[in-house]
Design a protein around this ligand. Structure first.
Ligand code: FAD
Length: 443
């Protein structure tokens, strides 16, 4: 754990106070200060900058949208949805450019993203999804189909078949990005108060045990932790994701795997697995783990159940036989926020001064940057294209009360795992179990 910054010393007054020092809070502070340097901005963080998902994600700086474009299109039309997708493409480079300009070293390497089918049903599903992606703005240069042979030239994944490649993705080291960004924001004059938990957000007030911050705008940037705040229990479901990292692998193992560049890699399973090759030659591999805890409880400091570690080890063995016996140096978990309709939103209410962004459904690394710029424009009342994006001011119904929420989410993931077993067992197409689960979950 890094040495914490000081906590809030007592009651204070700012122009803008942001709750949460993850990427959403940090990017918002960054763009606000860049746009208006005399603006008084503070961030209140319950632990330390990057404690949440921002400091422990899979490092996919990807252009995949933080929600389903067909849902945004249903309300705002396809032109707006395609524009949103274009903004996601350019946001990847925006993050890379800011890191270069501000001297943030986050092990960034833009070698693209590979979705590899690892059984026949996944392969069929990936192909069938392609027309929808084309409609959503993924042109022939944005998403390229690779044969099994072409895929194997990039990575030899156990059971790997054909794949889809996108150049719009970079590998990052997530904690380095979060801590680097926090330092930059602080240098710009933003006050970051750590170990300062906000117990209640009210119009123009953020309340903590150390004092109350009054501000013209209070921005909630607590994504997966939002359910802990008064009145927000059912807004976003805290979905768990768990990861393991191997020891650095020797050259001969990398030679067998054939993963020479830093493409981010995912499979097409329903209980999706995501991977990266780190700058120091390790494999990081993530998956769902225990999907959800009763009452929207979040993780206990990232501790990861032994069963989950064993499940991830089994996936490592399956996909990377050459690394089957590699030591796992570390395992951790985190929470991301899932809205009931699986679509992120950004909003500022000028009447109350309350704003928020989040619910990126596991695609927040790039989405938070776009959200930060959007919040800047909303707070500063700029009438820009960003302020018109289809995720702005989106209202969605909350999740079901307990125990329905817990039973529902747990059952869904039991179903997705059963569907994956059928498909790995040789089912030629998407398991009907998964189709039913998708309908129920609204995914
Ligand atoms: C294991 C894992 C892997 C992921 N992999 C990827 C990936 O590869 N690519 C991708 O695009 N997305 C990924 N995501 C999602 C992505 O990391 C998140 O969507 C994104 O980081 C959210 O940023 P945030 O700032 O909104 O929230 P967070 O990073 O969670 O930050 C919220 C902050 O608020 C603080 N906080 C909470 N409550 C309070 C309070 N009451 N008072 C004060 N502070 C509070 C927390 O301590 C935390 O620091 C992953 C998520 C997880 C968990």
């Amino acid at each position: 754990m890094p040495t914490p910054r000081p906590s809030l010393p007592g009651d204070r007054r700012y122009d803008v106070v942001i709750v949460g020092a993850g990427y959403t809070g940090l990017w918002t502070a960054y763009y606000l200060k860049k746009a208006q340097p005399d603006l008084q901005v503070a961030i209140l963080e319950s632990e330390f900058a990057g404690f949440g998902a921002s400091g422990r994600n899979g490092g996919w700086l990807s252009a995949e949208p933080p929600g389903q474009l067909r849902r945004y299109a249903a309300q705002h039309g396809w032109a707006a949805a395609v524009d949103f997708q274009q903004r996601m493409f350019t946001a990847v480079d925006e993050v890379i450019d800011v890191c270069a300009a501000e001297g943030i070293d986050a092990d960034i390497q833009k070698d693209g993203l590979l979705h590899v089918a690892t059984n026949r049903a996944q392969e069929k599903r990936l192909r069938e999804h392609l027309p929808a992606l084309r409609k959503a703005g993924w042109g022939p240069d944005d998403l390229i189909e690779l044969t099994a042979t072409e895929t194997a030239q990039r990575i030899r994944l156990g059971g790997g078949l054909s794949s889809q490649f996108s150049p719009h993705c970079a590998r990052i080291q997530p904690a380095k990005l979060a801590s680097g960004l926090a330092d930059v924001v602080e240098r710009l004059g933003v006050d970051i108060f750590e170990q300062t938990r906000v117990t209640e957000i009210r119009p123009r007030e953020a309340v903590t045990a150390q004092g109350t911050v009054t501000a013209d705008y209070v921005i909630r940037a607590t994504e997966g932790f939002t359910a802990q705040l008064k009145g927000a229990k059912r807004v976003w479901l805290p979905m768990n994701s768990s990861m393991v990292v191997t020891e650095p692998l020797p050259a001969d193992v990398w030679g067998q795997i054939g993963w020479d560049s830093a493409e981010l890699v995912g499979d097409g399973a329903h209980s999706f697995c995501y991977m990266q090759r780190t700058a120091d030659g390790r494999i990081v591999l993530g998956g769902r783990g225990i999907p959800y805890r009763f009452g929207s409880r979040t993780d206990d400091g990232g501790n990861t159940h032994r069963v989950t570690q064993e499940q991830l080890r089994a996936v490592l063995r399956q996909y990377f036989p050459a690394a089957a016996d590699a030591a796992l140096d570390h395992a951790w978990s985190g929470v991301l926020g899932v809205p009931r309709d699986w679509c992120a939103s950004v909003s500022v209410d000028h009447t109350t001064g309350l704003g928020w962004a989040g619910g990126y459904v596991g695609h927040g690394v790039t989405g938070t940057n776009l959200a930060g710029r959007t919040l800047r424009d909303l707070v500063l009342r700029r009438d820009t294209d960003l302020a018109q994006l289809p995720w702005v001011d989106r209202r969605v119904r909350g999740w079901e009360p307990e125990p329905a929420r817990w039973i529902g989410v747990r059952s869904l993931y039991v179903a997705y795992r059963a569907a994956d077993r059928q498909e790995f067992g040789g089912a030629p197409r998407t398991s009907p179990i998964a189709r039913v689960a998708d309908k129920i979950s609204g995914r």
